[in-house]
Design a protein around this ligand. Structure first.
Ligand code: ADP
Length: 264
């Protein structure tokens, strides 16, 4: 079965248990973000990360050219290389691809992102972020059929060759849809979608397709993108999406077993 697993890059995520659990599987694509590393490298380079909130409440990273440069170095560089090296150490034949390689993730650049600043909506004109319009799934199939594990992360590329930032959770949803994956796992630093983000015991175990819009207001900040990604994957004919913890032993097996928030 083709599985798409996205592992988070914010602090509190655990990478090695995810890789160890995946090492004995075949036919999966690993998608990654890398927000902690972008923040760390940005600080080191004197270009600290900045975030903005859209009018609909979605929190995004600012991606003007100077910040995009850091993002590419961190995600397509340090994070991806680290994951591919770690998988290699586990005996897995892994290949790292950013969305730019082979135009794997082709996106439309957003004209201007809208941000709420001091209660007013402003346009971020220099923003280099995009919306994925096409996934070249044939490249992924080529690798999977030959026994390679694709390790994929932002950025993406426009048809005119501009590099743009895209959200890794939504990229994972687009990849899962394009591959007709049996499941999409969004592994993160919390047990799933929580009714109260401060209370891990308030986990919502299941969300039916027609309940997603009702639970969306519960998901603040960056969790909102995961719920949006879950909706996009279900609409893209992925039968099952699980938002679950990357921490503890066997996180992939446990998420596949329904531990976390199951959307179907
Ligand atoms: P990752 O790097 O793993 O993708 P993010 O930091 O982007 O992680 O998103 C997960 C974060 O979303 C959680 O750590 C939590 O702070 C936040 N969050 C906001 N609302 C919720 C909610 N209702 N349930 C769970 N987490 C939430």
């Amino acid at each position: 079965m083709t599985l798409v697993v996205k592992v988070g890059g914010a602090s509190g995520n655990a990478l090695m248990p995810v890789l160890a659990d995946l090492a004995h599987r075949t036919d999966y694509v690993l998608v990654h973000g890398g927000s902690d590393e972008v923040d760390r490298l940005g600080e080191a380079l004197g270009r600290p990360s900045e975030y903005y909130t859209s009018p609909s409440g979605v929190v995004s990273r600012k991606s003007d050219p100077a910040h995009l440069e850091v993002l590419v170095m961190a995600i397509a560089g340090a994070v991806q290389t680290g994951i591919v090296a770690a998988l290699t150490g586990l005996g897995v034949r892994a290949v790292g691809l950013s969305g730019v390689d082979g135009a794997l993730l082709t996106a439309r650049r957003k004209e201007a992102s809208r941000a709420v600043v001091d209660g007013h909506v402003v346009l971020l004109k220099e923003d280099r972020s995009g919306t994925i319009e096409r996934v070249h799934a044939d490249l992924l199939r080529l690798l999977l059929d030959a026994g390679w594990v694709p390790v994929v992360g932002p950025p993406a590329v426009t048809p005119t060759g501009e590099v743009v930032n895209v959200d890794a959770d939504r990229a994972a949803a687009a990849i899962a849809s394009a591959l007709n994956a049996e499941a999409l796992l969004l592994l993160t630093n919390v047990p799933g979608l929580l009714r109260n983000p401060d209370d891990p015991a308030s986990l919502i175990p299941t969300v039916a397709r027609d309940e997603i819009d009702a639970v969306l207001p519960l998901a603040a900040g960056r969790m909102r993108k995961k719920v949006i990604a879950a909706r996009e994957a279900l609409n893209g004919s992925v039968p099952r999406v699980v938002i679950a913890s990357s921490r503890g032993p066997d996180p992939v097996t446990r998420a596949l077993g329904g531990e976390g928030t199951v959307f179907e």
